[in-house]
Design a binder for this molecule. Structure first.
Ligand code: DLL
Length: 433
């Protein structure tokens, strides 16, 4: 038996799970239609009534909801409960346009905390653990989400929030933290700092729960080896509650989606056609029992594949792969689609640290792609010709992966600004024109 928070739900036979989803979906569609004029107008425009949605198989009849809808309805237009029933607000970390604000009733907070508790237990957590939460606390959902999950598990919770790396390491050592929760880029920074300061040999971490941004398998191995733990992926978004929508189990092969709360679909981002299982496309979620901010067929923009293969952990909930990029983060450079994760894979395979920045610009009407990457210390102390040889190797490895030429600039160790939250990997200067 695995380590579950809610075994009867997490291992529920598929047929029963579908019945539960259908029942919750029916009630949710009715509630939303009756209480949210914005949704009612969208459903009326598509000619769908709540009676048309009887089961999961009818989901396709509902209209999609996008970030543009959320911005249009900002701040209260999608609220399905009176404000007096809401107890919390969170907001997306988006830097462009109006931020999205999400509302929670106490029921919604409980549901979310339970999802995070499942994630912590799937990573081997128990009430014996000390969980150090270094996701940001505040409007961002990372801190309070994992914090609530750790409480539900009964673990000793260290609400560190992000930043102050020296203090993080000191508490990690002194209070024997066993589970670390933060973004993968901050985990990498903590790892480097722990090694450098000598703390690495005095820490007791067994697992890390890392998410909120894209990271590769190569980066996972690197963090695992540097911090001496097993690194688990966790996925989520503010609109759906926050972290814990999906999480990895001990198999570390895809993240189980909490399907008793969220129904997932994959669509073609251009035609909006629903794609069969196993296809790559945009992930769409329907939250079937959230009260305040329900979300029907919400387009995440995350590109992903779903697989319902049997998992050795015993969980029956479908698995999503690591998001392969966002349909709106995809760079089109000289007509070629480039995902930042492809560049990261090449860099790490070539033995470079995952500290890099991608700079895209347009010079004389032609796109330019420059990759700045920090050198490992050994290379930094080597000869100029060794450095230029490595740059050439990276250029050709990137050309093989991307199909286009990128300029590579090896820069001094620690010269790229570190992030305590989500890393800024891409600077697209073309947007300035
Ligand atoms: O990032 C919630 C979260 C906090 C998830 C802590 C995991 C851990 P937002 O700020 O609303 O919410 O950003 C959501 O981040 O649509 C994805 O593009 C990206 N994202 C989240 N988790 C992952 C992950 C939080 N594990 C957006 N891998 C999502 C890749 C991720 N991308």
């Amino acid at each position: 038996m695995g380590n579950y928070f809610q075994p009867e739900i997490e291992t529920m036979p598929l047929e029963q799970l579908r019945a539960l989803q259908s029942e919750r979906l029916r009630a949710q569609v009715r509630r939303v239609y009756d209480n949210v004029p914005y949704y009612r107008a969208k459903m009326d425009a598509k000619g769908v009534t709540p009676d048309d949605v009887q089961s999961v198989d009818d989901l396709y009849k509902l209209p999609f909801l996008s970030k543009a809808d959320l911005r249009e309805a900002y701040p209260y237009g999608l609220l399905a409960k009176p404000l007096r029933d809401c107890v919390r607000i969170h907001s997306t970390s988006g830097t462009t346009g109006k931020r999205v604000v999400a509302f929670y009733t106490q029921h919604d907070v409980d549901l979310w905390d339970e999802c995070c508790a499942r994630a912590i237990m799937a990573a081997g957590g128990t009430n014996e653990d000390v969980v150090q939460v270094c996701y940001g606390y505040g409007l961002f959902t990372g801190g309070l989400g994992l914090h609530g999950g750790a409480h539900k598990v009964g673990a000793l919770t260290l609400p560190m929030s992000s930043g102050n790396t020296e203090r993080q390491l000191q508490f990690m050592e002194d209070l024997h933290s066993t589970i670390l929760c933060c973004t993968p880029s901050y985990a990498m920074y903590l790892a480097e700092s722990a090694i450098e300061s000598g703390v690495r040999d005095r820490i007791h971490l067994k697992a890390g729960i890392f998410g909120a941004e894209a990271w590769t398998e190569e980066m996972r191995r690197d963090i695992e080896q540097k911090l001496g733990l097993r690194a688990y992926d966790i996925y989520g978004l503010t609109e759906l509650s926050g972290p814990g929508v999906a999480f990895e189990c001990e198999e570390q092969k895809g993240m189980h989606i909490c399907e008793d709360h969220f129904i997932a679909e994959i669509i073609d981002p251009v035609t909006e056609e629903v794609l069969p299982e196993g296809s790559k496309g945009e992930l769409v979620f329907t939250a079937i029992d959230k009260e305040a901010f329900p979300m029907l067929r919400y387009r995440t923009r995350d590109i992903c594949v779903l697989k319902r293969e049997k998992c050795s952990c015993g969980r029956t909930h479908v698995r999503m792969c690591k998001p392969m990029g966002r349909s709106d983060d995809m760079l089109i450079i000289r007509g070629v689609n480039v995902f930042p994760s492809q560049i990261e894979t090449v860099l790490i395979k070539q033995g470079m640290p995952a500290n890099y920045q991608i700079i895209v610009d347009r010079v004389n009407n032609s796109d330019t792609l420059d990759v700045e990457v920090e050198m490992p210390q050994e290379l930094f102390s080597d000869t100029l010709s060794a450095i230029s040889k490595k740059e050439k190797e990276l250029v050709s490895a990137l050309k093989a992966m991307l199909g286009i030429m990128a300029k590579v600039h090896l820069v001094a160790p620690k010269s790229i600004t570190r992030s305590e939250g989500k890393a800024v990997r891409v600077i697209d200067k073309r947007k300035l024109y």
